[in-house]
Write a protein that binds this ligand. Sequence first.
Ligand SMILES: Nc1ncnc2c1ncn2[C@@H]1O[C@H](COP(=O)(O)OP(=O)(O)O)[C@@H](O)[C@H]1O
Ligand SMILES: N[C@@H](CCOP(=O)(O)O)C(=O)O
Length: 351
Amino acid sequence: MPIRSFTIRVPATSANIGPGFDVVGLSLSLHLTLTVTVGAHDSISPKITYSGEGADEVPLDAYKNLTTRVALYVLRCHNIAKFPVGLTIHCDNEIPFGRGLGSSGAAVIAGVILGSELGQLSLPVERLLDFALMVERHPDNVTAALVGGFVGSYLRELDGAATEAASVPLSEVLPEYPPDAGEEWGLNPPQPPLGIGHYVRFGWSESIKALAIIPRFELSTAKARGVLPLEYSRKDLVFNLQRLAVLTTALARNPPDPELIYEAMKDRVHQPYRKTLIPGLPEVTSNITPSTHPGLLGICLSGAGPTILALATGGYEAIANDAAAIFKTHGIEVDWKVLEIAGGSIVQRNP
Ligand SMILES: Nc1ncnc2c1ncn2[C@@H]1O[C@H](COP(=O)(O)OP(=O)(O)O)[C@@H](O)[C@H]1O
Ligand SMILES: N[C@@H](CCOP(=O)(O)O)C(=O)O
């Protein structure tokens, strides 16, 4: 079999941007990069190596690693029961785990693209998104990681049969262990319904950069979703809807208006509940304002946290230092990075 090789590059994402809980996402210039070779050895066991963020905790067994499990799900849905012979994958990751910068969304998108490439399936973007949404069931991170930019998305209301197909337990979509010797998984995994997710890309003012203030502790998205209520008051929902409607256009204007954006990045749906898990969060978002910190436009929790996202046109160091000082009073150290808005996921097929 001839050797074939390709590279997959997927950006980090910041979801929610204040009021857009489970709706909006922004792709950022930190990447997960997979360098893949098929046919380089004659073993049926994929060889995975890993460098960068998460290297000390990520499983290198293809049946346990999130990215390769997602790839195998895509393959099995297309009547391909196994990884190809002689598969090697090197993952280099710049996206810290469990910080609200979409590491799992990036791993899932890398997985669906890997499955499509390994099976030479040429899946269109919409179908890649369907597969990703069977695994990560809020669309904000995966959509922005796949298509890039500042993106809004919704999940289509599905009919009864499609709802059932899309609601199977994750363990059925992604069985964690290989089948016993001599057995094979059946080729009947739950197929994603067609057209689960829909999205639109908003404009973005080129003057705006994203400052990520990253506490040195992990908070799993599952845990940070676990503290949210099941129901909200009309007052709180209207508060968020009003701000989100303004925010999506305000971030595209030149020059951006700090007063408008700062207020439009406030939230009453997730941040007030997550403050119990992120000491210092309310002080950071209320003490650092456009009038105290020239250049700042708005400040919020990035995804499920604990990272803080400040959108700004300058003054990054002062914002970061003052946020760090607040976190320090709670015994939390942080790192910070000024990030660009990134393009979407890309595949480069090597000659
Ligand atoms: N590149 C990766 N490869 C494999 N698994 C990953 C990768 N990135 C993230 N994960 C998995 O996702 C988990 C983090 O997901 P999550 O709690 O949703 O936080 P985040 O906000 O970083 O997405 C990690 O602990 C790890 O299990
Ligand atoms: N809308 C989700 C986004 C989670 O993003 P992550 O980067 O923290 O995984 C949520 O707020 O739970």
